[in-house]
Design a protein around this ligand. Sequence first.
Ligand code: NAD
Ligand code: UGA
Length: 466
Amino acid sequence: MQVAVIGAGYVGLTTAACVAELGHTVTCVDVDISKIAMLDEGNVPIRETGLDALIDRNRASGRLQFTTDVAKAAARAEAVLIAVGTPRGAGGDADLTHVKAVAREIARAIRPKTVVTIKSTVAVGTARLIREVIAERRRGLDFWITSNPEFLREGSAVRDFFEPDRIVIGADDPEPAARLTELYRPLIDQGVPLVVTSTVNAELIKYTANAFLALKVGFINDVADLCEEAEADINAVVKGVGLDRRIGPQFLSPGPGFGGSCFPKDTEAFAAAGRKFSCPQPLIETLVTRNQTRKHQMAKRILAELHGLSHARVAVLGVAFKADTDDVRDSAALTIIPILKAAGVSVRAFDPWARANASRIVKDVAWHDDPYAACSGVDLVAILTEWEMFRTLDLSLLARHMRGSTIFDCRNLMDPHHVASQGFRYVSLGRPAVPRVAPATAAKPAGERVHLPTLRGAAVARRPVR
Ligand code: NAD
Ligand code: UGA
C-alpha cells in the first residue's frame, strides 16, 4: 500500500519506519526542513531504540523516503496518516492547529477513495471536524476520515509498534476500516487484537487509556506519601496490590510526578472534554493539579534536606521525563531545577541522552558528561530519572566526589540499607528511612574532606516535608 505519514516526530517517524517494515511504501513528511535534511543524510533526529536500523534498512530498500512536500506525498497515497503534534491548547483542550493545517494541505491533493487517518491524540469529535475541513475544500470528493490512535511509549516505541496490546481502528464506514486492517495485516495475523469501532469511540479510547494510566501513577504517588507517614514500605504495598490481576503491577512505581508529552496534556484535555460536554471529570481534574503540586513538593523536600545551607550545591541526575528517551517535555526536572535555582542553589546536572533538549529550556545549569563529575562538590544528589546506570552508581566513588552525603532518590532505584551502610543519608519515596552507618565522606582521603556541620548534624530519620 502507498502510505503518507505526515509528521516525523516520535510517533510519525516510528510509524513511518515500522509501516515500511511491514512491507508498505511510505513517504514521511515534515514541515521542519532541518529534520528532513537530517533524515535524508541518514541521521535520526530522536533517540529511540532500534529506530535507526529500521530507517536505514527501509530507506535502502526504497520503501521509506522523506520529504517536506505534503501535497506530493498525499497525492500518491492510498492512506494518509496524520501524526503531527497536538500540544496543550487554550483551556486544556488539544490544540488542533497542526492537524487542521495538514487537513487543508492534503485536501487539495488527495485522490478519490483515499483513507485519511488521524494518529495524533485529538479531542473527541475531531475526525468529524477534519472531514468537514477537507470536504469544504474538495466538494464532491469521495474520501474517508478514520481514527487510529497510537499507544506506543517513548523509549520502547519500535517494540510497542510491533507488539501492541491492541490496534484500534475508528471508522464510520466498513471500507476504510478494511483498508486500515490491511495496513496492519501482518500484526493482526500474528494475533494482535483488533478493535474496529466508530471514530468518536476511538478518540475516547485513547484519552481514557492515558487518563487511566496517569491515575494509576498519581494514585501510587499519594500512597507512597502515606507509606512514609505510616512507616510502611511502598514496595511491599505495590507487590501485594499488583498481584491482584484486576489491578496488575504496571504503572505503580512512585516518582516525582508524571511528565512527558502526553500524560500531562492528555489528562488536561480529558478534563476539558468533560467540561465541554457538561460532564465534569473531577477525578482527572484533581489528578492534573495534584501532579503539578507533586513536582513542587519534590523540590521543597530537596530544599528541606539542605537545611538552609548557604551556597548549597545539588547534582540533578536525570532530566528526561523517564528513562530511555531524550524527551524532556513536561519532565519533573523542568519544574524542580528552576525552584532550586530560585532558592539560590547552584545546580549541576547529568543525563545520558536529554542534555541537549533540557539545556535549551533550563538555564544556568552546569552540565557534565558523567554522573560523578556532576556530583563533584555537591551537598545533595537528586535522582529524577530512572536511568539504569544510576541504579549501579559506585557509592564509594560518589562519596569521594561529594561534599555532603545526601542522596534524594525520586525513583527508588537503590537499596536503602546498602546506601545507608555506605554512610549516606538516603531519602526515597514511600520507604522507611534507614539510619546511616557513618558519614559517607569517612572513606575520603583526609585531604579531600569538607567540614559541613549543618548537613552532617541533620537528623537521620525525619518526617518528609509536604
Ligand atoms: P512531535 O512533536 O515529536 O512531532 C510532531 C511533528 O509534526 C514535528 O516534527 C513537526 O515539525 C511536525 N509537523 C507539525 N505541523 C506539520 C505540518 N503541517 N505538516 C507536516 N509536519 C508537521 O510529536 P509526537 O510526540 O510524535 O506526537 C504526535 C502526536 O501523537 C500527538 O498528538 C501526541 O499526543 C500523540 N502521541 C504521542 C506519543 C509519544 O509517545 N510521543 C504516543 C502516542 C500518541
Ligand atoms: C504514555 C503511555 O504509556 C503510552 O501508552 C501513550 O501512547 C503515550 O503516553 C502517549 O499517548 O503519548 P509515555 O509518555 O512515553 O507513554 O511514557 P510512560 O511510560 O507512560 O510514562 C509517563 C510518565 O509517567 C513518565 O514521567 C514516567 O516516569 C511516569 N511513570 C510511569 C511513573 O512515575 N510511574 C510509573 O509506574 C509509570
